[in-house]
Design a protein around this ligand. Sequence first.
Ligand code: URA
Length: 210
Amino acid sequence: MRLHVVDHPLVAHKLTTLRDKRTDSPTFRRLADELVTLLAYEATRDVRTERVDVETPVTATNGVKLSYPRPLVVPILRAGLGMLDGMVRLLPTAEVGFLGMIRNEETLEASTYASRMPEDLSGRQVYVVDPMLATGGTLVAAIQELIRRGADDVTAVVLLAAPEGVAVMERELAGTPVTVVTASVDERLNEHGYIVPGLGDAGDRMYGTA
Ligand code: URA
């Protein structure tokens, strides 16, 4: 597994405002969207392309276009939905699959309650998006499912990561073609499974506590 922490002043600025407990939901959603777009730029550095011919108003030349099979973007419900627009804005040809996963707040174990994805992901590049890599349980389960379906290149885009979650990913996904792209690896997880200093519950801050 490869880890890429995006070091950029715009990323740091937006992340700081996301962390601020006074930031309201509309602002949080807008900033998360903007931050994902910046992370997506880095996360798609190895997106597959093919050469194509193109005619400019001046002459014939060639360039590149995103190739087939189309990349797949998979938001993990619920909070990953807040990252979907930012990803597909940069990946206009992407297909979108959905994985609904919930973490038991006592055992911190992840379980799947909804799944809508192609069964066969052979040869596909997959971008899985979830704001918080905390214990790693949810992302590991999601990525193992994507690899089981044949995905041969998986990039997880997360706003924030905890060192404990990164360690779990490195252990459980050793030897797999997985990259994690994040704005920060924070200090630690607290006893409730929250990232410290973190930004609180990402889903609640985006969508409220419904
Ligand atoms: N999920 C969140 O939303 N926040 C955390 O800090 C950890 C997991």
